[in-house]
Design a protein around this ligand. Sequence first.
Ligand SMILES: Cc1cc2nc3c(=O)[nH]c(=O)nc-3n(C[C@H](O)[C@H](O)[C@H](O)COP(=O)(O)OP(=O)(O)OC[C@H]3O[C@@H](n4cnc5c(N)ncnc54)[C@H](O)[C@@H]3O)c2cc1C
Length: 395
Amino acid sequence: MNEISPSVPDFQARLGEVQRIAREVAARHAADVDARSRFPAETLAALREARLLSAPVPRELGGGGCTIRELAEICSTLARSCGSSAMVLAMHYVQVACLVRHGGAEPLLRGYLTELVREQRLVGSMTSENGTFGEMRASLCAVQRDQGRFALKKDATTGSYCAEADAILVTARRGPEVPQTDQVLVLLRRGDYRLSATGSWDAMGMRGTCSPGFQLDSAGDEAQILPCPFADIAAQTMVPYSHVLWASVWWGIAADALARAAHLVRDLAKRSPGHLPGNAVALAAAFAESQALRHNWMTLAAELDALEAEGAAGRSALGSIGWALKLNHLKVAASEAAARIVHQALQVTGILGYKNDTAYSVARHYRDVLSASLMISNGRILAKSASMLLVFQEP
Ligand SMILES: Cc1cc2nc3c(=O)[nH]c(=O)nc-3n(C[C@H](O)[C@H](O)[C@H](O)COP(=O)(O)OP(=O)(O)OC[C@H]3O[C@@H](n4cnc5c(N)ncnc54)[C@H](O)[C@@H]3O)c2cc1C
């Protein structure tokens, strides 16, 4: 048993299972999921069967007890076969991490985690809202409390796989009288809410995430409101987990595009032995960028795991400007690098990569990876980083 990471032997077996699902299930259905903009039901069923939906839940509750670095490796492995499936899994893992780390001792929330492990529940997210213009840290909707119960209505702009989810974590104001930034996170289980889609999801890429807008109408027990303010949940879990896991997904998409480009260059080299194909140098440059991107998310994941090992002090460090900047830099750099790498793969593969129906096609990869800079807009993130950099000095 490895002393630093006791889950290592187990994890290799788990990762082997993810590789099998990626190869045998996700890759087989990826084109159809994309073409029909449909939920990747087969892949999610396989992940459920392999009990991978509870990978972030601690072992004492029956989950996989995976570290953030291990979760990122799972997501990047799946992304090499189907970007949409991997993004669904990454978003689900972020929500589960929020419940694990901020549910506290609340019996209802702990009970839900046990149920999630047993039934392999899928959890979606609704932070976006019409009228807040992409600002996750503001809500217009508010929980209305009455005698231990609450009611909550929300007009969400985007809700990935919410129609398929077993539960949704929703941001809202703590009450109707508080400012937009005084938010809570609420667990809504299927049966607690009604959803009506307010649009369609006929998008350029990430089509299998099935992310239209929704009107949400819900009610529940006050104990479903996470006890910790959303400001802390966002800083300590939602933002770090999102940026690391999303970056790992974008890297996985880019890595598969590069693998296809490398396949083409090798095929060309076989046809003219002794000659370096003209596009081989561009391929090498793209591989160098891919390695840098991979190291970026892996390093931050390892740093986050090390902070977690420090306990409460480590978690509160995540509220610092230094960490907020580090995570913002990862998000912006990873989303831009992944798109550049897929663009380079397209230049290497040329028309064979541009077509949808060749073994070298990078068309789906290109459309999927373009979502990265919008999924919390880079412009918005850079504006926040710019303000923080006015006052921040490297320690
Ligand atoms: C594939 C996908 C899945 C998603 N899934 C979910 C989900 O499950 N749940 C959910 O709640 N949301 C989800 N989202 C929504 C997402 O997280 C963002 O909230 C949403 O994409 C922001 O929308 P926007 O681009 O219109 O907003 P904005 O952030 O308002 O950006 C609009 C434009 O304004 C610019 N801009 C905004 N602010 C600034 C600024 N301060 N300085 C400079 N420029 C600025 C941006 O660059 C951009 O061009 C998903 C998005 C994608 C792409």
